[in-house]
Design a protein around this ligand. Sequence first.
Ligand code: ATP
Ligand code: MG
Length: 280
Amino acid sequence: MAKYIELGKLKGEAPKLFGIPTKTKLDEMFFTIREKNGKFVKEPLGGIPYQSVLNITGIPDTGKSLLAEQFAAVQADMGYKVLFVSVESPVQFLYSALKQKANALGLDFEKLEKNIVLIDAAMNSEFREDLNTLIGTMEDAIKDKHITNVIIDSITGLYEHKEMMARQIVRIFFNFLKKMKQTAILVSQKRSSQDMMSSEAAGGLAVAHIVDGTVVMGKELIETKWQANLYGLPFGTVLRTIRIDGCRITGHDDRTWVFEITEEGIVNILKPLEELVKST
Ligand SMILES: Nc1ncnc2c1ncn2[C@@H]1O[C@H](COP(=O)(O)OP(=O)(O)OP(=O)(O)O)[C@@H](O)[C@H]1O
Ligand SMILES: [Mg+2]
């Protein structure tokens, strides 16, 4: 490889900017600026940026896995191949979770069965202990099955007990996913001491610094009168929030949005938090 390169030589190599749909409001929260009749207008991207590697972070039970699975289901229903690397729970659990999602969203489950490929790094400790084996298997799957989207739930699980290595490990996966031209979601977990709505996760800011963008999911228990009044929510309920913390590839909405998890486990982004507060 050449040691240096002229900018002009990259003409035609830059990935096109368009959205890979999640079919949640996240698709409109990423935007681009296009020229229309001599004017510059903001246009929703219609998905997460093509060939981006995004980090979804949050404390436990904030809906990170649900959102990642929903993205996989939607993409598979659209006919795209998805590789799901499960580091937290055995892949058998994903079968019923994805079936439930297909039912709730009116997706064709047969397409999901065909288009979603799984690697079980939860039960198979070799994948967690020897990351080269995991990457080799991912490469085989991507090539053999013509994969375009990859999910790793979670990247944190790949540097458990070795958080000092977080940066190197995330870098290896990031570079690999870029080389394979994938659109990817890496789920990362927060430590309890970390600020709930920051992009920081286990391993520090390693994931957030390396990836193209971070989405932070949070939850707040309504336990004071002040909170109940502010949000117009009953005591003891949970306010769920989602925010794009940053994205290098394209513009994005920087507000905090409110979402619900439906009884069927679907992530439904509702409205900006400021609107909820205004309406009370
Ligand atoms: N099938 C379902 N139906 C209804 N609610 C669900 C369903 N699955 C999960 N939930 C709810 O959504 C919450 C978030 O689940 P999810 O597994 O996505 O969390 P997470 O952010 O990935 O957490 P962790 O960091 O522990 O992996 C659960 O705690 C539960 O309350
Ligand atoms: Mg999870």
